[in-house]
Design a protein around this ligand. Sequence first.
Ligand code: G3H
Ligand code: 13P
Ligand code: ZN
Length: 328
Amino acid sequence: ALISLRQLLDHAAENSYGMPAFNVNNMEQIHAIMQAADEVDSPVILQGSAGARKYAGEPFLRHLVEAATEMYPHIPIVMHQDHGSDPGVCLRAIQSGFSSVMMDGSLLPDMKTPSDYEYNAGVTAKVVEMAHSGGVSVEGELGCLGSLETGEMGEEDGHGAEGKLDMDMLLTDPEEAAQFVKQTDVDALAIAIGTSHGAYKFTQKPTGQILRIDRVKEIHERIPDTHLVMHGSSSVPEDWLEIINNYGGDMGQTYGVPVEEIVEGIKHGVRKVNIDTDLRMASTGAVRKHLAENRSNFDPRKFLKEATAGMQAICKARFEAFGSAGMA
Ligand code: G3H
Ligand code: 13P
Ligand code: ZN
């Protein structure tokens, strides 16, 4: 059944677990997530970007999610709009039946230019008013995601990364977060603590702690009733990177967010963890490998099945690591 993000994350807070939120664009991704959730008895957050609705076509995306609720009636599902660029995008998601929307007012509608606080609070409050009157939850974002190493916004995130950010935007300020929540009444807040979108997050293999978990703690203490969200939380699996490059791919050396750091965040109020890149890499690696090893095959079901299996294994591992397994 479809439930709201607030309902699910309240349960996650009461039971001290975190929810992976996987991006979806097509049937195979939804199959992979639902099969893994069914196997370990986890609730699910399916999130679609505006780009996903454009890619699949709004009716197809809507019916794919409806198919998931019909096939798995025992699994609670949140259908969430990822990175709404303006209130109109959020309204269209609500009209499409989404039970939760993200108004990303940390950037202007071009999704490239950092906005100011007043703009962000204004558009977010507007979406909350509209969404809450229909029982739909809202996620806001305060701070800008970008590399603490270089000040660059993540690349290949579909946002058209451009330019450097001021370093003080790269970490969410706890006092400002408290003011933002009071002013907007958001259910969940995405925070900047050192993650960035896309595959190219860190150039060195992380040894010690790389995220500002101390900042998560401070923010959680100021706004304990607002569920914290980590974007850019793919772990960029080294095994899939190797498979991609061994079978004709050409990705650069790169490192993601260690799962243990996400688990640390979950201990301090993180309840939603956004993951897109990891599933993209598993499906690309599985397809490359299958086609290289089965050169005569021309039945897409054979390689798409491999892609589904690769994605499913990652989903299962995240449900287990974040503690949502057994919580459906
Ligand atoms: O943060 C963005 C997500 O990875 C979705 O990307 O806009 O290419 O669908 P997309
Ligand atoms: P990744 O690029 O790390 O998978 O992050 C996805 C995300 O934050 C979607 O909103
Ligand atoms: Zn994101």
